[in-house]
Design a protein around this ligand. Structure first.
Ligand code: AKG
Ligand code: FE2
Length: 207
């Protein structure tokens, strides 16, 4: 499993801060094409539900499967490397240093033309949420909860990792609107093929 090998040696990745949305970061090419395919193979091998064409979502709480633990370790090392080398503030200290970093994962499998409605992730999840995009691209739209006219689109390509924290996690909704007018990037329609995403989060602790 190649993700496991990479976990210990992050390699200077390209991080972008989405200026309009505080706390929204994208790591471009977080996984190479080859690594993406290996991850998809791992997911499909372990998660038998994924081969059932009627299932489009799988969730795991508590014990993450090995592939998700490896992914989580890679997120940890890449965020930390960027924060230490560039002083970027991707995740707050208490988030990046918590253990485990994530304990819940959800895999969403989208058919061509499928998206997801506008939402803020449930408050039972802590701050600091990441989404890995696989297989094909989509435009994800963020809308300010305070001022719905403030809209920001981001292009999520296969291999890209999105990180939401603070304002981006609590103060903006995110959605994938598959209305063709919403799936245009740089004036060019984004082909709406099948897509897989992996979301990693951590459940709030009960006192
Ligand atoms: O598939 C995606 O990129 C988004 C998934 C999402 O927002 C969620 O599961 O809460
Ligand atoms: Fe979400």
């Amino acid at each position: 499993m190649i993700v496991a090998r990479m976990g210990s040696s992050p390699r200077g990745k390209q991080w972008e801060h989405v200026e309009e949305v505080e706390g929204l970061w994208i790591c471009r090419d977080f996984l190479s094409n080859h690594e993406q395919q290996e991850l998809i193979d791992d997911i499909e091998a372990v998660e038998s539900w994924f081969t059932n064409p009627n299932e489009n979502q799988a969730m795991r709480f508590g014990g993450l499967p090995l592939w998700a633990l490896n992914l989580s370790a890679l997120v940890h090392s890449c965020v930390l490397e960027e924060q230490l080398s560039k002083r970027s503030k991707i995740l707050a200290r208490e988030v990046i240093s918590r253990e485990p970093l994530f304990d819940q994962m959800i895999v969403n499998s989208y058919k061509p033309l499928e998206g997801i409605g506008a939402h803020v992730d449930l408050l039972r999840f802590e701050d600091g949420i990441v989404i890995l995009s696989l297989v094909s691209s989509r435009v994800m739209t963020f809308k300010s909860c305070e001022d719905g006219s403030r809209k920001v689109g981001v292009l999520l390509r296969p291999g890209d990792l999105l990180v939401m924290s603070g304002e981006a996690r609590y103060g903006w909704t995110h959605e994938i609107n598959t209305n063709p007018a919403q799936q245009i990037w740089d004036g060019v329609p984004v082909p709406q093929e099948s897509r897989i995403s992996v979301t990693l989060r951590r459940l709030c602790r009960q006192n």
